[in-house]
Design a protein. Structure first.
Length: 169
């Protein structure tokens, strides 16, 4: 630092060194921060979906009326009350959705395939569109503590996707 006539300031060299150090720190920090934010948002999204599934299950048990979730695409799903119009105990499409509410996702789901349906009967048991007891795996292919949901016949659990299955935590 040069002092002339009682005035203090930075030299151009000191300023350039400070900018170089700041650039190095930011070049390391920004990608890590971006990855952390992406991981946090994906984990938040999967826990929100877990909450929706649990809520649909409890609604089914409390009202005695089946409720479900329909996966419109890998970035959108619909929650609804199951209204079996033709009494065949099969989900025949949108016409049997009552009080449907669509929810958009920020990150695409790797599973299930679009068109998949999870129904919960009055006992809270998970069923597929043909009313058969079933189990389902829902996951986002972004590594994080919680990035998948395992829906079995009688349980919904958060977990971590290991490439083959959802390991409950």
């Amino acid at each position: 630092m040069i002092v002339e006539d009682g005035l203090e300031g930075f030299t151009l060299l000191e300023l350039l060194i400070m900018i170089a150090i700041l650039t190095i720190v930011l070049s390391i920090g920004v990608p890590n921060l971006t990855a952390y934010i992406r991981k946090y948002n994906a984990e938040n999204e999967i826990t929100s979906l877990y909450s929706v599934l649990t809520n649909q299950r409890f609604k089914s048990m409390n009202t005695g009326i089946p409720h479900g979730v329909y996966f419109d695409s890998n970035k959108k799903f619909t929650v609804f009350t199951f209204n079996d119009r033709n009494y065949n105990m099969k989900f025949d499409g949108y016409s049997e959705e009552k009080n449907g509410k669509s929810i958009d996702l920020r990150y695409p789901l790797s599973s299930p395939e679009p068109g998949a349906v999870i129904l919960f009967d009055r006992n809270g048991m998970a069923r597929n569109r043909n009313w058969a007891l079933g189990s389902f795996t829902i996951y986002i292919n972004i590594p994080s503590k919680y990035n998948c949901i395992a829906v079995s016949v009688s349980r919904i659990a958060l977990g971590e996707w290991d490439g083959n299955r959802c390991k409950s935590k």
